[in-house]
Design a protein around this ligand. Structure first.
Ligand code: NDP
Length: 237
């Protein structure tokens, strides 16, 4: 039976690694992107090349109408959604508390937190049984180093994960991963070097290592409301 996954921000970085990992395990993948159509097509091509099935879907996770339309298109194409990965996320432009204005706060919270709320609400209109994984961050655990808006959005996403895990059970299981720094375009090379030094493993994570944790959550039927901290030992609790 065909199983279908939607990965928000699935075109590049961690989202691409998750899209490929899902395709390798037989999922048909809806690769969501916001502006990088070329990256989304590239990811689709990579899935085509391994004999998988994928479509690209453009929507901004923070815009209700766009999400509703996008989810409808996935339903028209595949007829079902079994897995949702709320991965789309951004950093703000500033990391210093006193430099962040209201617009920047709203942009980060709207994308990282409200986006997951909107997409989850639209998808669960159709998903009757399934699994959701939210991509949070170490910043939601320890505050991180990239700004209060980002940390608040990711701590909020962890709270959303817990609340959804109790409200959507037993038919839909909701979990999350909270990565430390990962080798994608999100962080500058300078920032990655700085954060590598703060990590016991002495390096940032590879996107595939985060995708692997996501797959672990999807393959288990008793994990619900769990956040996997995957950060090379930088945050332990
Ligand atoms: P990238 O910057 O490489 O990719 C971000 C992805 O999110 C892109 O696919 C982008 O789409 C998409 N996106 C951004 N805003 C929107 C939006 N409004 N609507 C739809 N899609 C959007 O980041 P990463 O792969 O590194 O990050 C993925 C997730 O992992 C994020 O939630 C991030 O916060 C989290 N994370 C990352 C860490 C890291 O060190 N890299 C550490 C911990 C967590 P497009 O290409 O079209 O712009």
């Amino acid at each position: 039976m065909e199983r279908v996954a939607l990965v928000t921000g699935g075109d590049r970085g961690i989202g691409r690694a998750i899209s490929l990992a899902l395709a390798k395990r037989g999922y048909s993948v809806a690769i969501n992107y916001r502006k990088n159509e070329d990256k989304a097509e590239e990811t689709k091509k990579m899935i085509d090349e391994i004999g998988g099935r994928a479509i690209t879907i453009k929507f901004d996770v923070s815009k209700r109408d766009e999400v509703r339309e996008g989810v409808k298109r996935i339903m028209d194409e595949f007829g079902r959604i079994d897995v949702l990965i709320n991965n789309a996320g951004i950093l703000g432009k500033h990391s210093k508390f006193d430099e962040i204005d209201d617009n920047e706060w709203d942009e980060v919270l709207d994308t990282n937190l409200k986006g997951a709320f909107i997409v989850t609400q639209e998808v669960t209109k159709y998903m009757k049984n399934g699994k959701i994984v939210n991509i949070a961050s170490i910043a939601g655990r320890n505050g991180g180093t990239v700004g209060v808006h980002y940390a608040a959005s990711k701590a909020g996403l962890i709270g959303l994960t817990f609340a959804l895990a109790s409200q959507l059970a037993p038919n839909i299981l909701v979990n999350g991963v909270a990565p430390g720094p990962v080798d994608t375009g999100l962080l500058s090379e300078e920032k990655k070097k700085e954060l590598s030094k703060l990590t016991p493993l002495g390096r940032v994570a590879k996107p595939d290592e985060i995708a692997h944790a996501v797959i672990f959550l999807l393959e288990n039927d008793y994990l619900n409301g769990t956040i996997i901290d995957i950060n090379g030992g930088r945050y332990m609790h």
